[in-house]
Design a protein around this ligand. Structure first.
Ligand SMILES: [Zn+2]
Ligand SMILES: [Zn+2]
Length: 135
């Protein structure tokens, strides 16, 4: 018996596993970053929805989300000036209005701007390209 852990042990499967790993890491780092600014915003701002005024406590805090006023998730000033605590309903509303606004301006936006402002997979592609050119 060899110490080969992968069932089958073909090379292509190994490569796919590496890609899976990279994707998982990209996802995790994004999740961690989001958790980071959420915690900070919840420390700076009161646990109240800035739109409807609904108050939150530990039991329902998961319904309170952090919105980026300029819709740019990479803009995270430590003083919290770009963050707004919104309940999930008002948050969704805010994004819908933002999309409507873009639609009205003739912009071609079919997706959630939150996702468009993040390009984890573009970064991943660059990373892979850099790796394969070295090998
Ligand atoms: Zn609200
Ligand atoms: Zn938002």
């Amino acid at each position: 018996m060899t110490a080969n852990k992968s069932a089958g042990g073909s090379k292509s499967k190994d490569g796919a596993q590496k890609l899976d790993q990279l994707i998982a890491e990209a996802r995790r780092s994004r999740a961690e970053r989001e958790k980071g600014y959420r915690e900070q915003s919840l420390k700076i701002h009161p646990w109240i929805c800035a739109r409807c005024g609904r108050e939150f406590d530990r039991s329902n805090l998961h319904l309170l989300t952090v919105h980026h006023k300029d819709h740019n998730h990479d803009n995270n000033p430590p003083d919290g000036s770009n963050w707004e605590n919104l309940c999930i309903y008002c948050h969704e509303n805010e994004h819908r209005r933002y999309l409507d606004h873009l639609d009205g301006a003739g912009a071609d936006v079919a997706e959630d701007p939150d996702r468009l402002s993040h390009k984890p997979f573009a970064a991943l592609a660059e990373l892979l390209a850099a790796k394969s050119s070295k090998a």
